[in-house]
Design a protein around this ligand. Structure first.
Ligand SMILES: [Mn+2]
Length: 321
């Protein structure tokens, strides 16, 4: 695999034709924003480009789409992935079709596992959309209002509305530049939609989550388990679960917050968040997963009790004495 700098990446994009842009499964604001902003950049350069996702784009993110989603009417001559840290995250269908055929991977996950022929990785960038803000300056294009909506949303969502430590000066500058160039975009409304507004079902779910908060390891670890039964009962859209991983960290004294989500009977997807000092990436790696220092995940199989025991043992071992 080749490691490219941003200029090499831009040069390759100028030369590429008929691009499929792949984003990750359970798509979030950053991969959707990056995917559609990049597609528009390529369109402006006179190229055909389409965004592909393993699942339909959730309703709450559809304001970033230029129109209805439709299958591309051309065959790809190049394949690009954005914000996809591992080919596994493409989801089954896209992975089977393109897992070994990605020409360029653009990403900001420090844990990125190489799978493409070439990679542009900036592990310090807060979002792939932040990378695209820089990339846009190296391409013969003009940023449009719709791109600004996409790029802002991606940076806002990956930083918890510019709250997390991953927000660096360059993130603020990129957002400030968009706001200066496109004052008419309703950034406040985007923030409201992404962070304040919740569906009634989601609020009911949060009520239930509060009931199910468990404290372990002298209150340093707060855990929530969402079984299939709970998810079905409250009919929660997968997209509404976005950001729920940070929920346990709201409890004072918590150093590690864990959410367990039962994807199918006996199979749990685990999200682990660190309030400050504990490296949850190392803990999740010891369990076959990975991610960032303060935000990681893994998958475990077993009964609810078995999985909790495995998790709490790993967290206890991963905590500084
Ligand atoms: Mn991202």
């Amino acid at each position: 695999m080749q490691e490219w700098n941003l200029k090499e990446t831009a040069d390759w994009l100028k030369a590429c034709e008929d691009a499929y842009i792949l984003i990750h499964q359970n798509p979030d604001g950053d991969c959707i924003g990056a995917g559609y902003a990049l597609a528009e950049m390529l369109h402006q350069m006179g190229k055909r480009a389409a965004v592909l996702c393993n699942e339909p784009i959730p309703n709450r993110y559809r304001f970033m789409l230029p129109g209805e989603e439709k299958a591309p009417d051309f065959a790809p001559r190049c394949v690009i992935s954005v914000d996809v840290a591992d080919s596994k995250l493409l989801g089954d269908e896209l992975r089977a079709r393109f897992g070994n055929a990605v020409d360029l991977c653009m990403d900001h996950h420090i844990s990125n596992v190489p799978y493409a022929a070439a990679r542009y990785l900036d592990g310090q960038a807060a979002a792939t959309c932040e990378i695209l803000c820089e990339l846009a300056k190296l391409l013969p294009i003009t940023v449009t209002e719709q791109m600004a909506v996409c790029l802002y949303t991606g940076m806002a969502t990956d930083t918890g509305c510019f709250q997390y430590d991953n927000t660096r000066p360059a993130t603020f500058r990129a957002a400030a530049d968009l706001k200066e160039q496109f004052p008419e975009v309703r950034y406040g409304q985007i923030n409201r939609k992404m962070f304040a507004v919740k569906s009634f079902g989601r609020l009911r779910l949060e009520q239930l989550l509060i009931d199910r908060l468990e404290q372990h390891l002298d209150g340093k670890c707060t855990l929530i388990c969402m079984t299939q039964e709970v998810l079905k009962k409250f009919q929660v859209d997968e997209a509404e679960l976005d950001g729920i991983a940070g929920f346990p960290l709201q409890v004072d004294g918590t150093e590690v917050g864990i959410t367990m989500k039962e994807k199918e009977p006996g199979k749990f997807r685990i999200s682990m968040r660190s309030a400050d000092e504990v490296n949850v990436s190392a803990i999740c790696q010891s369990l076959g997963g990975g991610g960032h220092f303060k935000a990681s995940g893994c998958s475990l199989s077993g009964t609810e009790a078995e999985v909790k025991e495995i998790l709490l043992k790993a967290v206890a071992e991963g905590m500084p004495m």
